[in-house]
Design a protein around this ligand. Structure first.
Ligand code: 5GP
Length: 193
């Protein structure tokens, strides 16, 4: 998606530790018009699937998931919550996710009320790095007996392992921008064609 790539080149900054900061338009300040274009692109990519729910993880996935949902017809967004401690009352599905940016393992939950076995799920997130967040979300969907119809990512860091792992699982993963390399000393970002 050219608009997104141009914006990453203009406003993204490469930090040490393979972190791309996009606080200017995605992760802190949000460019809602750009998000709307992103949502429109996800609809183009996954509109042929009979999606019944969009699933993401708090916090930064929520805005992207909502932007996508605006382009689908009557499709709610469900966001998995990071819990301090899991309440094992049988009301929620839970999994563990290691945060790439904070290097912390979170328990992540979603209420059984919001994912049902007949749901066809589109998973959406802002970044794909090593794939922990996505593997956790896929695990939640599987626990509910629902199906993953597609996975939409705004920025995939293609030099990290997540994309390969998820594609090898046979899942329909589409990323709007894939970064093949980035350098925190020069700031250079190279996209996959
Ligand atoms: P993964 O679980 O695939 O290793 O990492 C994905 C999650 O970590 C995303 O939900 C995103 O919030 C965060 N993340 C991973 N890499 C980056 C990055 O380079 N920049 C930002 N802003 N977030 C990232």
């Amino acid at each position: 998606m050219d608009l997104l790539k141009e914006r990453i080149l203009k406003d993204g900054t490469v930090k040490a530790g393979n972190v791309l900061k996009v606080d200017m338009f995605l992760n802190h300040q949000i460019d809602v018009k750009l998000l709307d274009e992103i949502g429109c692109e996800f609809k183009r990519l996954f509109g042929d699937k009979q999606i019944t729910k969009i699933l993401t993880i708090e916090a930064s996935g929520i805005a992207v998931a909502c932007a996508a949902a605006m382009h689908f017809d009557d499709v709610p967004v469900v966001f998995a919550k990071k819990a301090q401690s899991i309440n094992l009352d049988g009301e929620s599905y839970s999994t563990k996710i290691e945060s790439f940016t904070h290097k912390k393992v979170y328990d992540v939950i979603v209420s059984k009320k919001y994912i049902k076995p007949d749901d066809k799920i589109l998973i959406i997130d802002d970044f794909l790095a090593n794939g922990c967040a996505l593997l956790g979300l896929i695990d939640l969907v599987k626990s509910a007996g629902a199906s993953v119809e597609g996975i939409g990512i705004v920025i995939e860091k293609g030099f990290q392992s997540g994309g390969k792992t998820i594609r090898e699982m046979g899942l329909n993963l589409k990323s709007l921008a894939i970064i093949d390399s980035m350098d925190d000393t020069t700031g250079k970002i190279v996209f996959r064609e």
